[in-house]
Design a protein. Structure first.
Length: 162
């Protein structure tokens, strides 16, 4: 098995998380400053990190509204994913994961860890990426347990492969 990379795309920052090699546990990795970067450069940076960490799958958070509808932010994520696909190459899969409330969960996890709220900004995007990635990892593990060899058909918030 190989690691998975989680991506939380924001307007100013991009949070990244990495799974262990068995793709069971997600951990915060890094925050990229998006300001001043065009989408192609950002895709190349993410692709470079994916190659550096020998990533098998990239899971990108898809901002879906509480109603389940996609808006402008979701369209922008889908556009970036299309730029990312050729950078990753054919051996790395891409998946979109519903990211509803991932930032709220990230702030909650940081508070529970004892980190003061005013010190969340530098790492909250990484932790949000961790939340997104862990949801995808958990879904994959549940599918493997429920239908070995068949992939399962449960829906636990995943938007799907792209």
């Amino acid at each position: 098995m190989a690691s998975w990379l989680g991506v939380d795309l924001g307007q100013a920052r991009v949070g990244l998380a990495l799974s262990d090699p068995a793709a069971r546990l997600a951990m915060p990795l890094a925050t990229l400053d998006r300001r001043g970067l065009d989408d192609q450069s950002l895709a190349e940076q993410i692709g470079e990190l994916a190659k550096q960490h020998q990533v098998q799958k990239v899971v990108v958070g898809l901002p879906v509204g509480l109603s389940g509808r996609e808006g402008l932010a979701a369209q922008q994520v889908r556009q970036l994913v299309e730029l990312l696909r050729p950078v990753l190459g054919p051996t790395t899969s891409l998946e979109l994961q519903d990211e509803r409330s991932s930032t709220i969960q990230a702030h909650r996890l940081l508070r529970l860890s004892g980190r003061p709220t005013k010190r969340h900004r530098p790492v909250v995007d990484q932790v949000a990426a961790q939340v997104i990635l862990q949801a995808a990892v958990d879904k994959s593990l549940i599918e493997c347990q429920s239908s070995p060899g068949q992939g399962g058909d449960q829906d636990n918030g995943s938007v799907g492969s792209v």
